[in-house]
Design a protein around this ligand. Structure first.
Ligand code: 4AD
Ligand code: MG
Length: 480
């Protein structure tokens, strides 16, 4: 028994072998040619059926979306496109599919919109586009693990349920086992979390960073890679309420080393996908390039998908400070002509994604690492610079995506950390365990977070983050 990919990879070597293949019917042409797909590759294997040899009742059941088990002989393909095909000797219908019902679904072989695919999210694994994206996603994840493993990082699993708000942004989903209609109240009339499962207020993690730092303070170089959750009510093509984040944390790394690592990781995993997903990327690239031609000139990508990936691999990312970026933005014609929704007036403003994308797509036309942001617009744990007003933060901005990585050198000095904790209005007692790492042999250290789905978006050229995760979670959408 073969996976279709294995068999096609064998190619001519497999000729005259007896094989078994299983899969779903994509099409059945002229009562003679079945295009069978099993998800292992975007390619179908062609199965040739001599209808004289089979029961008419059985042939009637070979419809699009039905599942089959076929035994037959591999022969050299007569047509173009592929080297081999299978002549069926035995056909077993594993699961029928009623053609009238199939007609109503995205299983019907024709171009369906991505919106339509989302509405039938449970069936989209059978479509070429989504299956390709899923295979590329898998390869990227594997590449991430391979990279860190080769570099001696320890993979640490940080908790999904936590008592801390790592980003301090208050965008958390509470975890409770209370019956919400009968929540016990304490003396002040507030919900008494002491009676809750964990005896305190807990939430789904927004980032594994704080726990990752604790682990790095013993293991040296670690990474976490798991689901993270944000209750941010932003219905955009770049935000999910549940997304996967890759978060390395390294003892003895300063911000420059942190930037070097992030750039190296991105290049490594993108190359890994280019090298290992040729068929899927070729298909997705055609899709992307065609889509670009239908866009207005000013929204079009100047590069094809493959050129864009190639460009990343062969060019250094530009590194510049927040202050330099603000100067560029402020003095840009775009800003002066009022073309930004949020005009850049002063130093200190948080950059909106329109500004980030202007820098990357219009000004530099290359990935950019921005660093040394104002203290006020970044999280409490970032290391304060000597100027007293900026922190050692870095964001990596990608064309077509905007922010793909956010990271920093961490504040390792307990006294300054405590000042920040106080200034940000965070409960110091809650962070006793985090503060302890600064009390017992503190060291300079750094880390960052790479959003997996934003990476998949970039590599596949897809436009909506809902189309690069198996089961997207967004506001008002958690169907199954
Ligand atoms: O910039 P963020 O919020 O950084 C952190 O969480 C740090 N604690 C990471 C660290 O230093 N260990 O998020 C990091 C990245 C973003 O750059 C983006 O790629 C992704 O996570 N991200 C999201 N992806 C999808 N949907 C969302 N709602 C996202 N929020 C952040
Ligand atoms: Mg960020």
């Amino acid at each position: 028994t073969y996976h279709v990919k294995e068999l096609l990879d064998k190619g001519k070597e497999a000729i005259s072998q007896e094989v078994t293949v299983q899969g779903w019917v994509r099409s059945f042409r002229s009562n003679r040619f079945i295009a069978l797909n099993d998800g292992s590759t975007i390619k179908n294997i062609q199965v040739v059926v001599d209808f004289e040899n089979f029961d008419a009742d059985l042939l009637k059941k070979i419809n699009t979306a039905a599942s089959l088990k076929i035994q037959g002989e591999v022969i050299e393909s007569q047509g173009s496109g592929q080297e081999i095909e299978v002549v069926a000797k035995e056909i077993i219908i594993l699961g029928e599919a009623n053609p009238d019902d199939v007609q109503e679904t995205i299983l019907q072989p024709k171009q369906h919109s991505l919106e339509k695919l989302r509405e039938q999210a449970h069936l989209r694994f059978r479509t070429n586009t989504f299956a390709s994206v899923m295979r590329v996603r898998n390869t990227l994840m594997f590449g991430v693990h391979k990279y860190f493993n080769e570099k001696g990082f320890v993979y640490v699993n940080t908790p999904i349920i936590t008592g801390s708000d790592a980003e301090g942004a208050g965008e958390m989903f509470t975890v409770t086992n209370f019956d919400l209609d009968k929540t016990p109240k304490n003396e002040e009339g507030k919900v008494d979390y002491e009676q809750d499962f964990f005896g305190k207020h807990t939430n789904l993690t927004v980032s594994g960073q704080l726990e990752g730092e604790v682990a790095a303070m013993g293991l040296g170089k670690i990474y976490t890679f798991g689901p993270t959750f944000r209750a941010e009510n932003s219905n955009t093509t770049r935000h999910l309420a549940e997304f996967w984040m890759i978060e390395p944390e390294m003892a003895f790394y300063d911000l420059d080393m942190n930037m070097d690592l992030a750039e190296d990781l991105l290049k490594y995993v993108i190359k890994y996908a280019v090298d290992n997903c040729a068929d899927d990327l070729q298909f997705l690239a055609e899709r992307f390039d065609k889509e670009q031609t239908q866009k207005p000139q000013n929204e079009r990508s100047e590069l094809t998908l493959m050129e864009r990936l190639d460009y990343i691999l062969n060019n250094e990312f530009i590194r510049l400070t927040y202050t330099e970026a603000i100067d560029i933005l402020k003095n840009s014609n775009h800003n002066k002509k009022g073309k930004f929704t949020y005009k850049i007036e002063d130093w200190g403003a948080d950059l909106q994604s329109e500004h980030e994308r202007y820098l990357v797509e219009k000004h530099f036309k290359t990935p950019v690492i921005l660093f040394d942001y104002p203290t006020e617009i970044k999280s409490f744990y970032m290391r304060l610079n000597d100027d007293g007003k900026t922190v050692r933060a870095m964001d990596i901005l990608f064309p077509g995506i905007g922010e793909i990585v956010g990271g920093s050198q961490r504040e390792e000095r307990l006294d300054i950390l405590d000042q920040k904790i106080e200034r940000f209005g965070i409960d110091k007692e809650e962070l006793w365990w985090y503060r302890d790492t600064r009390r017992f042999g503190t060291v300079p250290h750094s880390g960052f977070g790479l959003g997996l789905e934003r990476l998949v978006l970039f590599v596949t050229g897809m436009g909506n983050i809902r189309d690069v995760i198996p089961f997207p979670r967004t506001p008002k959408n958690a169907e199954f």
